[in-house]
Design a protein around this ligand. Structure first.
Ligand SMILES: Cc1ncc(COP(=O)(O)O)c(C=O)c1O
Length: 331
């Protein structure tokens, strides 16, 4: 990837004269089943621009209550797009067409806001990287169309979802009006994300990108990393998933509070509150054994498998974390 960055052909990205950015955008659009894609620095910016182009101030956006757009973007939908937010209580980050139907406000009077956007997160970060199946996505899309809603996919990790389902990402992305893809997570880039959608919406996204201060110059330097990642780092996501599974099973077998139902992609959640431990204390104790975990929600830590980890690392963490937490039972 570093070599691809060094060799990148570049131009002025604001004028769409950077051939590497243009190539990455074309490749991402096809990958996500959309007409066009726009390169931006982060997935947060991609989500915020998408919501901005899908709604008008005063409109409502509906999504699962712990979705990234609600809990980790500092109220961006309200700040940048003037959107009201409606939060759905869900199991495993997924909601049903019935829930959507019950929640949507038609906005057919002079008092209530109109629900205009529904956002789906796949994989769903807060629920442990769990996956919406294609049937579930399609059922939401059909209902959303019936209700005349616009559909956003926060697909920061949609390639993990596609890997877990064994289908092309385009099949997941196609029913949506806008799709976000992050390059700096499992794909291993230093930065970068894409928004994809129709050419009409992406024209508006380019305007908002400029307004957000996200239009760049020789951005091919980083887009080259994105191209490299899409060419070399997608198939290997299956290794991350297999390693997360192995790690989760080892921890569960050693008596740690791990719910294996949650381990569908590249995360393992560890409920340290069930051990009577605080998150900071647990992170520190585990770090002393050479394993880095992060806090994902109150009382719960998250391990993420990624391209800088190999089987030996997993073996190490499988034993070291139970040992650190005092539950290790040698077999
Ligand atoms: C589902 C989801 N969407 C968007 C983002 C935002 O990504 P970034 O922090 O790179 O802007 C994240 C980050 O964790 C995420 O999990």
């Amino acid at each position: 990837m570093r070599a691809a960055i060094a060799a990148a052909e570049v131009g002025d990205e604001q004028r769409r004269e950077d051939p590497t950015v243009n190539r990455l955008e074309a490749m991402a659009a096809e990958l996500l089943g959309q007409q066009e894609a726009v390169f931006v620095p982060t997935a947060t910016m991609a989500n915020e621009i998408a919501l901005r182009v899908l709604g008008e101030p005063g409109d409502e956006v509906v999504a699962e209550q712990n979705s990234h757009i609600f809990i980790s973007e500092l109220g961006g939908p309200a700040v940048f797009a003037g959107l009201m937010t409606r939060q759905l209580r869900c199991v495993a980050g997924r909601f049903t067409p019935e829930q959507l139907r019950e929640t949507v406000r038609p906005g057919d009077n002079t008092h209530t806001p109109a629900t205009k956007i529904v956002s789906v997160e796949n994989t769903h970060n807060a629920s442990g990287g769990r996956v919406w199946t294609l049937d579930e996505v399609e059922a939401i899309a059909v209902t959303a169309r019936e209700l005349e809603l616009r559909l956003h996919l926060d697909g920061a990790r949609v390639l993990n979802a596609a890997t877990a389902l064994g289908i092309p990402a385009a099949e997941i992305g196609r029913p949506f009006d806008t799709v976000t893809l992050c390059l700096s997570k499992g794909l291993g880039c230093p930065l970068g994300a894409l928004i994809a959608g129709s050419s009409e919406l992406m024209y508006r996204a380019r305007i908002e990108k400029h307004r957000f201060g996200g239009a760049m110059r020789q951005a091919g330097i980083v887009a080259a990393a994105g191209l490299y990642a899409l060419e070399h780092n997608v198939d290997r996501l299956a290794d991350d998933h297999a390693r997360a599974r192995r790690l989760g099973e080892a921890w569960a077998a050693a008596g740690l509070p791990v719910d294996l139902e949650l381990v569908q992609t590249n995360f393992v959640q560890l409920d340290v509150s069930a051990l009577g431990l605080g998150e900071e204390e647990a992170v520190e104790t585990i770090r002393e054994q050479g394993v880095l975990l992060s806090r994902t929600r109150p009382g719960v830590l998250r391990a993420v498998t990624h391209l800088d980890l190999d089987d030996d690392d997993i073996e190490h963490a499988s034993a070291a974390v139970p040992r650190a937490l005092g539950t290790y039972v040698p077999v």
